[in-house]
Design a protein around this ligand. Structure first.
Ligand code: GTP
Length: 363
């Protein structure tokens, strides 16, 4: 039996307004909730029991599982939901979820952040953890600009030397290795996290282990890695899954686009560059939808150009709109002839009237 904890209780503030109605891990990515990609990868790596550590909108996970094949007894993985009364942070959530584990104190427990898309060799990480007798082993990746991440310098043997959360000054940027959001804990280490209060593994648990000279190891894996926490990254992750660039057992036939059941596309429209069209979505005459995610039931009018954007569930985009690098909240209405570019976010249930002064644009 191999057990894992999946951290899915965060509020996903950077992805608002998409996370107003749906917790980030339950947002559909390439046709299924992101959590499903992660659970299937874990199952393929031999995980037989996974605890979903939930807090924010926990009922959405329970509802999904009760209607999904993954929740069935013969799904090949036993899924248990642990719900905190109050958000306990990453470490507190791991501690609380551990009361639902059956592992012995010396067993390895895998912990996944719920928003990381990765091609990590999970078994190699566990193997390294067990071979080196580490207390915790972290999956690390290298990025060119590490300022938004937790830096994790290691010595030549892979022993972690320090944790530097979101460094800002050039002196603090001592490595390009970052915490990539997957860990292997020896079960007894989880049991020493203080129960019943918020704890951050990144800011509290890991630095404390180093201060106690415990063995914390890092394994650099340079395969596919993306933190789906921001709208641009979310779109990128979805596109990469649709095209087969990011690995997932949930994507059976990668291709140029993914058009889900009931979606209706006018024959003159072009759906390209890894776009997903959700269930019952519609795209009108001569519209172009490229590198985007269109959620279920959204309607895109005629002569629109939608690029690198997320169109929320049931949103309606009027004719002749240009939407580029933007997020349209669920059930919003964007009137005809609007142009929304680069970082615009339209809140849920908003109404943007038709633009009466028409512009000429370089579609
Ligand atoms: P932002 O608010 O946009 O930063 O996103 P987030 O809420 O997901 O926070 P962050 O990316 O830092 O969280 C890392 C992982 O831990 C994510 O998978 C979260 O779902 C999870 N997480 C964060 N806080 C909690 C918590 O209090 N409880 C539980 N169960 N999970 C948490």
């Amino acid at each position: 039996m191999r057990e894992a904890i999946l951290l899915v209780g965060g509020q996903g503030t950077r992805l608002r307004p998409l996370t107003i109605n749906t917790p980030k891990p339950m947002l559909p990515v390439a046709g299924v909730p992101f959590t499903v990609h992660q659970i299937l990868r874990a199952r393929d790596a031999g995980v037989t029991r996974i605890v979903l550590a939930t807090s924010y909108k926990a009922d959405v996970f329970a509802d999904f599982l009760s209607n999904s094949e993954l929740g069935a007894a013969d799904s090949g993985i036993d899924i248990v939901i642990a719900t905190e009364d109050e958000p306990l942070g990453t470490g507190g959530a791991i501690r609380y979820a551990s009361s639902f584990l059956t592992s012995a104190p010396t067993d390895s427990v895998i912990v996944f952040n719920g928003d990381v898309l990765t091609g990590l060799d999970i078994n190699a990480l566990v193997h390294h953890h067990e071979q080196t007798n580490s207390d915790v082993t972290l999956y690390l990746t290298k990025v060119s600009d590490p300022r938004a991440y937790g830096l994790v310098p290691t010595d030549p043997t892979g022993r972690v030397l320090q944790f530097l959360e979101k460094p800002q000054t050039p002196e603090e940027i001592v490595t390009d290795q970052i915490n990539a959001g997957c860990y292997v804990f020896t079960r007894s280490v989880i049991d020493r996290i203080p129960p019943g209060r918020p704890v951050s593994v990144e800011r509290e648990t890991f630095p404390e282990l180093l201060a106690q000279s415990r063995l914390v190891s890092g394994v650099v894996d340079q395969g596919y890695w993306l933190d789906l926490g921001t709208p641009l990254a979310f779109v990128q992750g979805s596109v990469d899954l649709v095209r087969g660039i990011a690995p997932s057992p949930a994507v059976i036939a990668p291709g140029e686009s993914l058009i889900l059941a009931g979606a209706i596309v006018d024959p003159t429209a072009v759906i390209s560059d890894g776009t997903t069209l959700g269930v019952n979505a519609r795209v009108g005459v001569d519209s172009i939808v490229s590198g985007s995610v269109v959620f279920a039931g959204a309607v895109i009018g005629d002569h629109c150009v939608i690029r690198n954007s997320i169109i929320g569930e049931g949103a309606v985009i009027g004719d002749h709109c240009i939407i580029d690098g933007s997020v349209i909240g669920d059930h919003s209405q964007v009137g005809a002839h609007n142009e929304l570019r680069e970082g615009v976010r339209v809140w849920v249930d908003s109404v943007i009237p038709e633009l009466s002064v028409r512009f000429s644009s370089d579609q």
